[in-house]
Structures are given as C-alpha cells and as structure tokens.
Design a protein around this ligand. Structure first.
Ligand SMILES: Cc1cc2nc3c(=O)[nH]c(=O)nc-3n(C[C@H](O)[C@H](O)[C@H](O)COP(=O)(O)O)c2cc1C
Length: 289
C-alpha cells in the first residue's frame, strides 16, 4: 500500500490554493490544521504533526458532530498508515485503543488511510472514493458504528478469542520450534479462529514444517506496545481443505503464494495450549485451550 505523505506546510499551500478548502479552514497553526467540513462552524477534522516541519502523523475527527474530536489516528512509524486508532466514547473520559502495525485489514484503519489521502490528494477523493470533502463527515458517521463494534468485540473477547485478536492485531508473532537440540524462531503472521480452534499456516517445503513434524511442541510470542503474549502448546495438522480455503479468504495476501490444492499449503491448530498475557503494569493472565 503506497501512501503519499505531506507536511503541514505543504497542506497549508494546498488549502490556500483551493477555494473550497480555504472556506473550510478553521485554524492554521505551526503543527496543526483544523477544517470545518460541513460548514456548521465547528471543526470536524484536524491534521497535525508531532514536530513542526514533519509529515502529518495525526488525524483527529469529530464523528458525532458535537464539536469534539473523538476519533484519533496516529501514524507512529511514519509510513503514512495509522498504527493506532483511539475512539473516545461520548460523555466519557475513557479511551478505547487498538494498536496496529504494518499491513492491516480492518475497515477503520483503511478509513484512516483514506482520510490521509483526502488531504494529500483532493482529486484522489473525488476520483477514487467518489465523495466530496463535505460528504466526509457523513461517511465517517456511517462507519462509526462498525468501528465501535470492532472495538467492543476486542474488549469483550475472552479465552481463545482474546488470544486470536491479540495475535491478529499484533500482525506479526514469533514462532519458536525445536530442531534437534536447538531452538529456532521466525516471524509468522497467519492466524485463523475456526470452530473453536486457533490455526496457523505454513508451507510443507519449509524447515519450520519439518521441525513441527518431528516435534510439535512450539511457543509463540507477540508484542503490542508494552503488552506481550506467549502461547505454548502442541501443533496438530488439519488436512481439511475447507480450513485452507478459509485461511486464504481471511488473509488474501497469501493467495499469490498458496493454493488449497498445491500440496504445499499446510494448516496447524494449537492443542493443549497455555497462553499468558503479560504487561509491565498488570498481573499476568492465563488462558488454556
Ligand atoms: C511478517 C512476516 C510474517 C510471516 N508469516 C509467515 C506465516 O504465517 N507462515 C509462514 O510459513 N511463513 C511466514 N513468514 C515467512 C517465514 O518467517 C520464513 O519463511 C521463515 O524462513 C520460515 O522459517 P524456516 O526458515 O525455519 O522454515 C513470515 C515472514 C514475515 C516477515
């Protein structure tokens, strides 16, 4: 995914040169620009950068139209794609936060990318999204419910579901296997929850697959912010074609590499697993499945 990024100064220039955007300008600071998209006198969206002169790394949006920003998108690694989404629910001080990194599939992060694109290329919005700046607020409002549902799902998740969401949102975890008397570890990203089983995917032609066949004991480690998860267990192969098909549907980026009938794609689920959620600030929590 390629995202063009601009600085606050470049954004100001664009706004200055565009009469429609100029009309929406509420505030133009060293590190932030605020726009009123629907002309109701209240700011609807703010673009900011941590330091003056840097690329825009924060977008704040008023989803409810009450004049307060309640959706925040932060791009920590500077790749133009938001890594963290915060939603502050109405009337509460509480923040719901979900962190992402790298390649993301969730709707509201893609939405964030669209918002970034709105500013970097107004023509992108009209041509590719078919919406005008004035429509943006309505668009965000329409999507807010789905965004909040995704957040609720994670907050309510227990047991194996909680493990699944952690691994999915971390986007990368590290899988350790045993190779004779040596440990081996490598990055993995595939994860699937199906019929109460947590699956990972690999290729039979890889050393990792051979190591699992010889010794199915593995450990997984993933990290998000200052929280980490370790899952120790045994991997069991599942040769059901439907599982391979669902994996490819859920993670389409695998499609150029694997096919359910290629004789290589392989699915394993975790058995007798013990998952431990840890952080610097809370007691560890253990889940067994
Ligand atoms: C972010 C990331 C995610 C990956 N996810 C997977 C995966 O889910 N399954 C897989 O087989 N390989 C995955 N790979 C590739 C493996 O890490 C790589 O093939 C590794 O060499 C396999 O271990 P081995 O050499 O011991 O067989 C991923 C690589 C990266 C960088």
């Amino acid at each position: 995914m390629e995202v063009r990024q601009i600085s606050i100064r470049e954004a100001k220039k664009r706004i200055k040169n565009d009469p429609e955007l100029s009309k929406m300008l509420v505030r133009s600071g060293w590190r932030e620009i605020t726009l009123d998209l629907d002309g109701d006198g209240m700011a609807d969206v703010a673009f900011a950068s941590e330091k003056a002169g840097r690329k825009i790394d924060t977008i704040a949006i008023d989803l409810t139209g009450n004049g307060e920003f309640n959706l925040y998108l932060h791009d920590f690694d500077g790749n133009g794609i938001p890594d963290t989404v915060y939603i502050i629910e109405d009337g509460s001080e509480e923040i719901s936060a979900i962190a992402f990194g790298g390649e993301v599939e969730l709707g509201f992060v893609n939405l964030g990318v669209k918002i970034a694109n709105l500013l970097v290329a107004e023509d992108f919005m009209n041509r590719e999204l078919g919406i005008s700046l004035a429509d943006l607020n309505a668009y965000l409002k329409a999507n807010a419910e789905a965004m909040l549902k995704e957040i609720e799902k994670r907050e309510e998740a227990q047991g194996i579901e909680k493990v699944y969401y952690f691994l999915k949102d971390a986007t990368t975890y590290y899988l350790a296997t045993v190779d004779g008397d040596k440990p081996r570890v490598r990055p993995f990203g595939t994860i699937l929850l199906r019929d109460g089983k947590l699956y990972i995917q690999t290729g039979k032609n890889k050393d990792v697959s051979k190591q699992i066949s010889a010794n199915p004991s593995v450990e997984i480690c993933a990290c998000m912010g200052d929280s980490w998860l370790r899952v120790a267990g045994e991997l069991v192969e599942d040769d059901d074609r439907d599982v391979r098909v669902e994996m490819l549907e859920k993670m389409p980026s695998l499609k150029p590499l694997y096919d359910p009938d290629d004789g290589n794609m392989q699915m394993f689920y975790l058995k007798d697993a013990k998952a431990t959620f840890s952080s610097f600030t809370a007691e560890p929590e253990t889940v067994e499945f």
